[in-house]
Write a new protein. Structure first.
Length: 146
């Protein structure tokens, strides 16, 4: 049941990312600034579009590859993997939102967005570490009889 819910949440996170991505792409200037310092790197809007599209596609295509390889043999791994991809979509969305804020020309305290970006990275790392810990504990603790 949890796996079905996570599949739906993954699909919604993918659709949410794509809607946000296209909205942000439409509002970006031709040369996109990637930092808030004077020596900040710039990239063309089209290059940013294709780089972000490739990264998001690679992450989300892994869902189909892993599902094809493992099938329905291990629901706990599939549940963990769908959660990881949901967190990656959230991270991609926050980074694109940050880039949009940098290029909007509005006055914004960028320090307020830092915890969201760092928090999403911390969530990805914690979730990535959760699977090895879970499988290690299951191997040595054994399954509990109900």
């Amino acid at each position: 049941m949890i796996l079905k819910i996570l599949k739906a949440v993954w699909f919604l996170s993918l659709m949410g990312f794509m809607i946000l991505f296209l909205y942000i792409y439409a509002s970006l200037p031709e040369n996109v600034i990637l930092g808030d310092t004077l020596e900040a790197a710039t990239i063309s809007r089209d290059s940013l579009f294709y780089i972000a599209l490739i990264l998001a596609s690679l992450g989300n295509v892994l869902v189909f590859v892993i599902t094809r390889l493992y099938g329905n043999t291990d629901d706990s791994f599939s549940t963990w993997f769908f959660g990881q991809i949901i967190l990656l979509n959230f991270f991609f969305s926050t980074v694109l939102g940050f880039i949009n804020l940098l290029n909007s020309g509005e006055k914004f305290q960028f320090d307020r967005l830092g915890p969201v970006i760092y928090g999403s990275v911390i969530l990805i790392v914690l979730w990535a570490l959760a699977w090895p810990l879970y499988s290690f504990s299951r191997r040595f603790m054994g399954k509990q009889q109900v």
